[in-house]
Design a protein around this ligand. Structure first.
Ligand code: IFM
Length: 446
């Protein structure tokens, strides 16, 4: 393989999210989120795992920040837990919750690492869910209040803001499939939730601008690269519908200020989109500074005549990894070109990509995760190829810094560059951590 070097100033990062690593769910005034409720529901999460303790990052954050130094990253992406700041989603501010993130941001800066803050990574305060959650339009205003408070405290030091992480998952995995919190299975609710998430994003961007935000503001979507399984008319039609569902429902409103033409037909008989009010789409398309892309999946799609609502099904990957998806760096290349050709020339950042493996530590304490190294290398090479091809890609953040609570899969699946021995909370570098440290130091791959 040829040596590749990334442009000077390319941002190398690592990513995590609050509920997946922090633990300390009842400490310093934190209120419950929908993930506390959901993970404690029998059968909701594999083996009954919860985020109660997770990686105990709330107490170990300082030594965890030292791991970032060992990796040599320029930036760290983490999320703020809304219910640490507003234990009941609104009302009085819990200063102790903000203090934690204040210390974290200072700790990053002291180590020369730029903070990238995700405001919403799926952990809605439970009190807001009881008022209807994201299906309630008022939640968008609660989100703005929360975003402004976090910005008021951290805005002088945060270089990158992300309003939302993966609205697809909140809307569809949480409110249609019911595999994530809040565990609802209702297609009309899910599409309403999606609209309100996007609206909350746009309103928050406006509010942060009004408040004089100094850092860059963006949003992260998980995009896929779907292709029809065959070129039959039926498979091509199925592919278009899946592409709507996985990509265009997000990209079109954010960058074109409209839902795609085929959206209303897809939801015919389910939703009439009456949740869209005058001016909403203009707010959703409020200009941002950069766009975050999380990439995990390329899908082959075929027609499913038995499914009268969707009409599509994903074809099982020939070589699935532990979570049932394949490894396809070419899908990342496709997405980067597509976003930059069809939607925006803004800077793009890969805010997540990674692979879950059943890692284990051998008796010498080594974790040989060569498949993860190969995954990273393949996706970095695809990223580099995109840059060579003119895509304005400025950063790459592997998911994840460390093994963590992988939502419905609990602790069974490991995505980290650092192995967590949950019994002792020991952090151990996997081979991928050592390899990634070489990449960040060389700004490329030898
Ligand atoms: O762990 C998740 C993360 O919270 C959001 N993106 C996908 C990751 C791996 O499944």
């Amino acid at each position: 393989m040829p040596r590749i070097t990334f442009p000077q100033g390319f941002l190398w990062g690592a990513a995590t999210a609050a509920y997946q690593i922090e633990g300390a769910v009842a400490e310093d005034g934190r209120g419950p989120s929908i993930w506390d409720t959901f993970s404690h529901r029998p059968g909701a999460v594999l083996r009954g795992d919860t985020g109660d303790i997770a990686c105990d990052h709330y107490h170990r954050w300082e030594s965890d920040l030292d791991l970032l130094v060992d990796l040599g990253v320029d930036s760290y992406r983490f999320s703020v837990s809304w219910s640490r700041v507003f234990p009941t989603g609104s009302g009085p501010i819990n200063e102790a919750g903000l203090d934690f993130y204040d210390r974290l941001v200072d700790g990053l800066l002291a180590r020369g690492i730029k903070p990238m803050v995700t405001l919403y990574h799926w952990d809605l305060p439970q009190a807001l869910q009881e008022l209807g959650g994201w299906a309630n339009r008022e939640t968008t205003d609660r989100f703005v209040e929360y975003a402004r408070v976090v910005h008021a405290r951290l805005g002088d030091r945060v270089t990158h803001w992300l309003t939302l992480n993966e609205p697809y998952c909140t809307a569809f995995v949480g409110n249609l499939e019911g595999r994530h919190a809040p565990g609802i299975k209702d297609e009309a609710t899910a599409i309403t939730v999606l609209h309100h998430l996007l609206l909350a994003h746009g309103k928050a961007v406006r509010a942060l601008r009004d408040d004089g935000v100094a850092g860059q503001v963006g949003i992260t979507c998980n995009l896929t690269s779907p292709n029809p399984a065959t070129d039959s008319e039926a498979d091509v039609a199925a592919w278009r519908r899946l592409d709507l569902y996985e990509n265009r429902l997000f990209l079109d409103p954010l960058f074109r200020g409209q839902y795609p033409d085929d959206a209303r037909a897809y939801y015919k008989g389910i939703s009439d989109f009456s949740f869209v009010q005058n001016g909403d789409l203009e707010i959703i398309a409020e200009p941002i500074d950069y766009f975050g892309i999380n990439y995990y999946e390329r899908h082959l799609v075929e027609a499913d005549p038995a499914d009268s609502v969707r009409g599509w099904r994903r074809v099982k990957d020939a070589k699935p990894t532990t979570v049932g998806i394949g490894v396809h760096p070419e899908g990342l290349l496709e997405i980067l070109h597509r976003v930059s050709a069809d939607y925006t020339t803004l800077p793009l950042i890969i805010t997540e990509t990674g692979i879950s493996l059943h890692d284990y530590a051998n008796p010498e304490g080594e974790i040989h995760d060569e498949e993860r190294v190969a995954f990273y290398e393949g996706h970095m090479r695809a990223a580099h190829e995109a840059i060579q091809g003119g895509v304005n890609l400025v950063g790459f953040y592997p998911w994840s810094l460390m093994d963590n609570f992988e939502w419905a899969w609990g602790y069974a699946y490991r995505f980290g560059m650092y192995y967590i021995d949950y019994a002792t909370q020991t952090r151990m570098p996997k081979d991928s951590a050592r390899w990634f440290a070489e990449v960040t130091r060389a700004n490329g791959i030898a």
